[in-house]
Design a protein around this ligand. Structure first.
Ligand SMILES: Nc1nc2c(ncn2[C@@H]2O[C@H](COP(=O)(O)OP(=O)(O)OP(=O)(O)O)[C@@H](O)[C@H]2O)c(=O)[nH]1
Ligand SMILES: [Mg+2]
Length: 208
């Protein structure tokens, strides 16, 4: 994605896709826009490399999380990593863009589907946590006399308790304003929109 950005904005093009290998560590790049220079740090996404991400958190003014919208098998892992980024205290007040890459591929999930997938993952996690809490509470109640109530039809009544997951206000706000966009680093679609998103956010941050 960074190489495509360089190719689209700089006089000297970035590396062509066929020459790009997995990012070990970081790649850097910059582009000049009217009255602003954007400096990019492209951090590798492999598991071992993720531990270096926090080293950059204090220096950056915005975060773009690029995900492979074709790799449905790894979406759950993606959401775990993304959720950690989303909740990093040092990033909480920075603009965050979720960029669904590979939109050129017919099998890629759309922006709406990506949003829905993350929502579903969050709901599933909240349910798991509620169940764990219930199990813990039940454990605590062991030994006490229990009254088992069955309804007349003999159907065990399942009470669905929707326990609100308390993440604190900042996270709720973050979720409500989460920006998700689609792009293709291969074809360049959506790349200008993403760069404009960054440009506007960084300009706005300066004015504050
Ligand atoms: N179809 C399609 N393939 C892409 C696109 N972007 C990257 N790829 C391919 O996906 C594979 C991985 O690309 P990388 O650029 O290494 O992905 P990355 O996210 O930078 O991976 P790390 O550097 O390991 O974090 C390569 O085979 C790319 O050619 C895209 O927009 N569309
Ligand atoms: Mg890379």
């Amino acid at each position: 994605m960074l190489e495509k950005i360089k190719t689209m904005y700089n006089p000297t093009p970035g590396m062509p896709p066929e020459k790009i290998g997995p990012t070990v560590g970081q790649n850097i790049g910059k582009i000049s826009l009217p009255s602003t220079t954007l400096h990019f740090f492209d951090l590798g996404g492999q598991r071992d490399i993720r531990s270096i991400w926090p080293k950059y958190y204090d220096e950056c003014h915005a975060v773009v999380f690029v995900l492979d919208a074709c790799d449905q098998a790894r979406l759950s892992e993606t959401w775990e990593v993304f959720d950690e980024v989303l909740n990093s205290p040092r990033l909480l007040n920075l603009p965050l863009l979720l960029l669904a890459n590979k939109q050129d591929n017919p099998t890629s999930l759309s922006v709406a589907e990506i949003r829905e997938s993350f929502d579903a993952w969050q709901r599933a996690r909240a349910n798991r946590e509620a169940e764990n809490e219930e199990a813990t509470n039940k454990d605590k109640g062991k030994g006490k006399a229990k009254e088992i109530v069955n309804n007349a039809e003999g159907v065990s009544g399942e009470v669905e308790e929707t326990q609100p997951h308390d993440d604190g206000g900042a996270k709720d706000e973050r979720m409500a304003s989460l920006d998700v966009m689609g792009a293709s680093a291969l074809e360049g679609t959506g790349v200008r929109d993403a760069v404009n998103w960054l440009y506007i956010r960084v300009q706005n941050a300066r004015k504050m």
